[in-house]
Design a protein around this ligand. Sequence first.
Ligand code: FES
Length: 140
Amino acid sequence: MYTEKVMEHFQNPRNVGEIENASAIGTVGNARCGDIMRLYITVDEAGIISDAKFMTYGCGAAIATSSMATELIIGKTIHEAMTVTNQAVMAALDGLPNPKVHCSLLAEQAIRAALWNYATQNGMEIEGLDEPVTDIGDHH
Ligand code: FES
């Protein structure tokens, strides 16, 4: 039921861990399944995400989407990172089974939470970004 890419990222997740002195951190959870994702990003002077790492306590799809999300945001500007939606993460993984779509929302919301954390620390706005929800289980 999972694509090869999902299995591959689940078994060999990229960018697992924490970043000491990260520029920003986003933590989101889903109270329904109990899964939690924390995303660390390093942003350079040019506003480019030069590094990203994640810690996820969750199902296989949550691990795979976290892994893919870090790969997709590294090298993007904080503004471009807004294009890394759950749809984009799913597409990069060749799709997720329907009951697992919500797991990719965890990745999207973790990215947004980290961007929000970065923007508020630096007194800036990121177009299209509102204060993210930290418990996505209440919102779908
Ligand atoms: Fe909750 Fe996958 S079952 S994130």
